[in-house]
Design a protein around this ligand. Structure first.
Ligand SMILES: *Cc1c(COP(=O)(O)O)cnc(C)c1O
Length: 476
């Protein structure tokens, strides 16, 4: 029997149905044990069998995860194994040694050039000098763009106490960059439409400002910031402007071609100095692939590290890693080449339609509201009257893995190809979960909602501390 402890003060009768949910949530909280020594005799090939077994205990990510795995989960189109083949073919190559691995170097150039072309490099307004690199993911692309902007502004304007301005919806990777690179972040509130608010951002500009961030779209609500206006603002103050296209880079260019009304977001916009676009999201590449792009080499050159005095010889490295696996580059190249323009257009058509269906379905549920007007394939929603995080917990027991958001309290689904066949299930499960919470309000022990507090707030520092300890609990 699983013991069910209720939060003190919450006086609710647990009905049988809810008890089942509690048990299901708690069963996932068992502590794992793990090996701390090498096996004295290696397992050889048998290790693969063991890994096949281990994998069976993971959550089934096919079909019901928000974002996470963007590739179609079924093997219907063979994309999955195709990417695996491409990766393994080049897994042991190292593009740090360009002279040895010519094919991988060529793939990286082409992934960067093809992505740049999707994002305006062939437009006259781009200036015709767009350049960039492949990185290990959105975060590394962002870290590099921030680092390059910092050093570019230091060289040009002698700014030594750099500050970044962004709205509260911008990704926390910028906070990470600021912590790593000793930069101050100033967050501006969003406007009523949940977009970056120009006036609030302008108010925060001072002589130390190096960079403004705009998202197309932002991760929380899938809403595109006013990129054109932010670009004008940044260029009038002569500061850098990064557009976060981590999520939108492999959707917006195609959605625009399909006729969706998409506001400007790329290098054709004046003032944009850098862009990040993730191949490992809607580009359908393997995890560990993204592209960072710059307006010109004058900015990008601040990304590189070159050491000339080392006894190890001349060392030049473009990105954060030294040695890298060419497997990721090959996987990204294979994803883009095998999918092609027509493939991306068709994928985009599907996920845009699924998203609209989800958005409209949620709007029909009286207790729920959609946040702002989603521009793309993320639908965020909250509730008047019902604790949305409790709804999320019930959804979890039905196999869904959605993202919890705050200000306002809400959850979102980032729609992928995997959702095309389960839209109706999603909407049905959502209404059922909502009904269940209405009938039986109160947090579920073992669920996430209690972490957000009775008022439905995100964890305070103390709980974050506990979470970090849990995260780092791989001590030996
Ligand atoms: C995913 C994402 C990032 C960070 O990318 P990672 O690949 O997780 O490092 C940054 N910005 C936005 C808008 C994103 O969606």
């Amino acid at each position: 029997m699983v013991s069910v402890r209720m939060i003190p003060g919450v006086n609710v009768i647990i009905d049988r149905e809810k008890k089942k949910i509690v048990e299901k949530l708690q069963s996932g909280n068992k502590k794992n044990s793990w090996r701390t020594e090498l096996p004295s005799v290696g397992l050889g090939r048998r290790v693969i069998e063991k890994m096949e077994d281990d994998k069976k205990n993971d959550v089934n990510w096919r079909g019901r995860c928000s974002g996470t795995v963007y590739i179609n989960g079924s093997e219907v189109d063979g994309h999955f194994s195709l990417i695996n083949e491409a990766c393994s073919m080049f897994a042991h190559t190292n593009p740090l040694h360009q002279d040895v691995f010519k094919s991988v170097a060529q793939y990286e150039r082409e992934v960067v050039a093809m992505t740049a072309s999707m994002l305006g490099s062939k437009e006259k307004a781009s200036g015709g000098q767009i350049c960039g690199n492949m990185t290990s993911g959105g975060t590394e692309s962002i870290l590099l763009a921030v680092k390059s902007s910092r050093d570019y502004m230091k060289a040009r304007k002698s700014i030594t106490k750099p500050e970044i301005i962004m709205s509260e919806s911008a990704h926390s990777a910028y906070d990470k960059a600021a912590q790593y690179f000793n930069i101050i972040i100033r967050r501006a509130p969003v406007n009523k439409e949940f977009k970056a608010d120009l006036k609030s951002i302008q108010r925060l500009i001072n002589k130390n400002t190096i960079l403004i961030i705009g998202s197309a779209p932002g991760f929380p609500h899938g809403i595109i910031d006013p990129i054109k206006e932010l670009g004008e603002l940044a260029s009038s103050y002569d500061i850098c402007f990064h557009v976060d296209l981590c999520l939108g880079g492999f959707v917006l260019p195609f959605a625009r071609k399909l006729g969706y009304p998409i506001a400007p977001f790329d290098f054709s916009v004046k003032g944009v100095t850098s862009i990040s676009a993730d191949v490992h999201k809607y580009g359908l590449g393997p995890k560990g692939t993204s592209v960072v792009l710059y307006r010109n080499h004058e900015i990008r050159k601040h990304q590189f590290v070159a050491v000339t005095e080392w006894t190890g010889g001349l060392y030049v490295s473009p990105t954060i890693s030294g040695s890298r696996s060419g497997g990721m580059i090959a996987g990204a190249w294979a994803a883009m080449m095998s999918t092609g323009l027509e493939g991306y257009l068709e994928n985009t058509r599907v996920i845009m339609e699924v998203s609209k269906k989800i958005e409209n379905g949620i709007k029909e549920i009286p207790e729920l509201f959609v946040i702002g007007r989603p521009d793309m394939t993320i639908v965020a929603f909250g509730s008047n009257g019902v604790n949305i995080f409790e709804v999320n917990d019930v959804m979890t027991t039905k196999g869904w893995h959605l993202n919890a958001l705050q200000r306002p309290n809400s959850i979102h689904i980032c729609v992928t190809l995997q959702h095309a066949s389960v839209v109706d299930d999603f909407l049905n499960d959502l209404s059922e979960s909502l009904k269940m919470v209405k009938k039986n309000p109160g947090p579920i022990k073992g669920g996430m909602a209690p972490m957000y507090g009775a008022a439905g707030k995100m964890p305070d520092r103390g709980i974050v501390g506990d979470l970090l300890v849990e995260f780092m609990d791989n001590s030996c």
